[in-house]
Design a protein around this ligand. Structure first.
Ligand code: NAP
Ligand code: SF4
Length: 675
């Protein structure tokens, strides 16, 4: 099979009349954080790597058209000649790699994290502490003019186009629905009036840049909020935006304040492609679909099924800049997969950190994390084939070292093999598969099922210890007396029998995972219809905004679970910034009782006795599952050091607290870059 027939739709060029795109991939907008740090070498390196990797059309992170519209104070924009010169470095670098790049113009409206923020009406959003000022007629004129000015400056800076951000609940979206627009002038009231702002922005931007410039309009196809747009309104807007001069229509799914997950790992792949499909034929400009498309097979079938003309992927290009070229070369198994965890991208963005990627620590660090080939190869032993050890081995071998990877288990992946058992975490299968193929391609010697002792490592130049963790024993009275207490490893890896009533001890990431595992039957993530029903998502054609009037409708839980922690705070408070609420909502839907502030008194044959606020309570349970955190497994490292050997200790073996794959992979990559 030739490669072009593997992904014929994805790799087909797209003729836009005045220009053409080399394939049907659009790199969706992601904030990097590099622009605010004024690290323009890094911005250029980041985008040019994606252009070199074959992306058809890159869209940058959102640039503010003015200070009141910035997502946060000081958000990057294109204001001065110096800004234009800096952006020119980026566009030149992308063009040098044969790529095309459009700048996204983003006015956050009431989502702007600032006292200056503006909106059609003075209605505060539920996700921001700042009440916006309602724009007057002159203020609206200024906002429109600022979009047009930003578009003209983008053209001066060498961009091939702009994307006008009209979705996700930002300013333009706020004009469109009565939820946020309660004006009674020419900009509010009827739908024609509410969409006037969006249409004027497109018209004026088009007038500012002339005909031969890509103008993408990102439309909110399904708002997923109460009183969102009807489908007829969305179609009316799409047609008006086309008439106003848009070149491409991109899909936005859900406002940021929506209480429905739209991009998290538990969202089924391509869950919203059908929403875009309904727009096909309504306009004659190309339409892009989006959300949870992370593999070329998925992208190809979405296009082959006529859901869209192009596919937008944002996070997948953080995970692997060479996604397109690898797909085109028939090497899809070598694409590092985005597992939609948000841990190093959106969670970073929303905590003011530089964006990166759990799977690819070089993302946004292209200029300071280099996997340069070595001049003299060393023999490197890596003990432990979890994420830390795997990444070390792959990067070290990629640089030319002679690497041997050991694990006592008979499979690669370490704790990832437990994570992949959890409903909604199916993407971890792909991650383990990618690690496995990368190990094979890197020519690493793999020795599984080996209990490594100090002598095993004699003769190696470098020794890396990535032996991971052992579960913490909470030593609760009675835990060994009744045969009813097991660890999360027994449940997730060894699949021991678990009764109908369960108490989970410890409400960290693993306690939540175990509670989800124990209350969920078949994973809704593998069935789009079931997943939508669970979260109360319908078609925008039948319900305004695509929300069912009946709300979420999850399957009944398969067990009765109580999730316990000692800290008095709300369980799950420390889970991922952008995903924790989904895990809490999921467990709530499954009727899980979540209890903080518990003191564990005793495990009995009936369950576990706790005290809370001075009151004793027996939580009746057939099975008690211990998820009380981890301790570093340093036994081998200690033995080697006692024998006078120098070792590098990484991952959970180094720091067990808040053990997570992001830190493990990052630490492994950075160590391997220096060996
Ligand atoms: P964790 O997040 O540190 O949580 C440990 C839990 O155990 C806490 O709820 C803690 O709450 C409790 N605990 C600690 N010491 C205890 C003791 N002596 N007795 C009783 N309870 C005790 O650890 P984790 O849940 O094991 O997750 C570790 C990290 O792995 C997560 O942060 C996440 O990043 C990652 N993760 C991994 C997986 C995976 O499958 N490998 C899955 C999800 C998340 P109290 O101290 O308040 O009781
Ligand atoms: Fe994807 Fe996670 Fe990487 Fe973000 S951090 S790009 S969600 S794999």
């Amino acid at each position: 099979m030739t490669h072009s027939t593997t992904y014929p739709h994805l790799l087909a060029p797209l003729d836009l009349g005045f220009t053409s795109l080399r394939n049907r991939t659009l790199m969706g907008s992601m904030h990097t954080g590099l622009e605010e740090r004024k690290d323009w070498d890094a911005v250029a390196a980041f985008y040019s790597a994606r252009a070199k990797g074959g992306v058809g059309l890159i869209v940058t992170g959102g640039m503010a058209p003015n200070s009141e519209g910035g997502v946060f104070p000081g958000a990057a924009g294109l204001y001065t000649d110096e800004d234009i010169a800096n952006h020119r470095r980026v566009t030149d670098a992308v063009h040098a790699e044969g790529g095309k790049i459009a700048m996204q113009i983003l006015n956050a409206g009431r989502y702007a994290y600032s006292h200056e923020c503006v909106a059609p009406s003075a209605i505060k959003s539920p996700i921001s502490p700042f009440a916006p000022k309602a724009l007057d007629a002159a203020g609206i004129e200024k906002q429109i003019a600022d979009y047009a000015t930003a578009a003209a400056r983008a053209q001066q800076a060498g961009y091939d186009g702009v994307e006008i951000m009209g979705s996700e609940g930002y300013l333009i979206n706020q004009f469109l629905v009565t939820h946020t627009n309660q004006r009674d002038d020419a900009w509010g009231g009827s739908y024609e009036n509410r969409m006037r702002f969006a249409v004027e922005v497109v018209k004026r931007a088009r007038a500012a840049v002339g005909p031969d410039f890509i103008l993408i309009y990102r439309i909110s196809m399904i708002d997923l909020i109460p009183n969102g747009s009807t489908w007829d309104e969305v179609v009316m807007l799409a047609k008006a935006v086309e008439a106003a001069g848009a070149t491409i229509l991109n899909t936005g799914i859900g406002w940021h304040e929506a209480r429905v997950p739209t991009i998290a790992t538990s969202v089924p792949r391509a869950a919203f492609a059908s929403v875009t499909k309904a727009m096909m034929g309504e306009v004659s400009i190309p339409i892009v679909t989006s959300n949870r498309i992370n593999h070329p097979d998925v992208a190809e079938s979405v296009l082959a099924e006529g859901c869209a003309d192009m596919v937008s992927m944002a996070r997948p290009f953080l995970a692997d800049p060479d996604f397109v070229n690898k797909a085109a070369a028939g090497k899809a198994d070598e694409i590092a997969p985005c597992i939609a965890c948000n841990q190093a991208c959106l969670d970073h963005t929303f905590s003011g950190k530089l964006t990166s990627c759990l799977v690819n620590p070089r993302a946004c660090h292209e200029t300071n994390l280099d996997y340069a080939p070595v001049t003299s190869a060393k023999s490197v032993a890596v003990v432990g084939a979890g994420p830390a050890g795997l990444m070390t081995a792959i990067v070290a071998a990629g640089r030319g070292h002679d690497v041997t990877l050991f694990d006592r288990s008979d499979r690669l992946g370490g704790q990832l093999n437990m994570a992949r058992q959890v409903p909604g975490k199916e993407e971890f299968h792909g991650l383990v598969d990618w690690f496995t193929s990368a190990v094979a391609h890197a020519g690493i010697t793999v020795r599984l099922g080996v209990e490594v002792i100090t002598e095993t490592l004699d003769g190696f130049d470098e020794i890396v210890i990535a032996t991971g963790v052992v579960p913490r024993d909470p030593q609760i009275a009675g835990q060994d007396a009744h045969g009813n207490t097991v660890s999360y490893i027994d449940v997730l890896r060894d699949k021991v029998d678990v009764g109908k009533r369960v108490a989970v001890i410890g409400a960290g990431g693993i306690g939540f995972d175990v509670a989800e595992f124990l209350t969920t039957g078949d994973s809704p993530t593998l069935d789009i219809a079931e997943w939508k029903q669970e979260w109360g998502i319908t078609d925008p054609q039948t319900d305004r905004g695509g929300l069912s009037p009946d709300g979420p409708n999850p399957d009944a839980p398969t067990r009765e679970v109580t999730l316990l922690q000692r800290k008095a705070e709300k369980p799950g408070k420390r889970l991922g910034k952008t995903t924790g609420w989904i895990h809490r909502a999921t467990l709530q839907m499954k009727g899980v009782r979540m209890l903080g502030g518990a003191t564990y008194e005793e495990i009995t044959a009936e369950g576990i006795v706790i005290t809370k606020n001075g009151e004793r309570e027996l939580i009746e349970a057939d099975t008690i599952v211990l998820c009380a955190g981890q301790l570093s497994d340093r036994s081998l490292a200690d033995a080697l050091e006692a024998a006078g050997r120098t070792v590098h200790v990484i991952g959970g073996a180094d720091v067990a607290a808040e053990l997570d794959a992001k830190r493990a992979i990052d630490q492994g990559a950075r160590l391997a870059a220096t060996l």
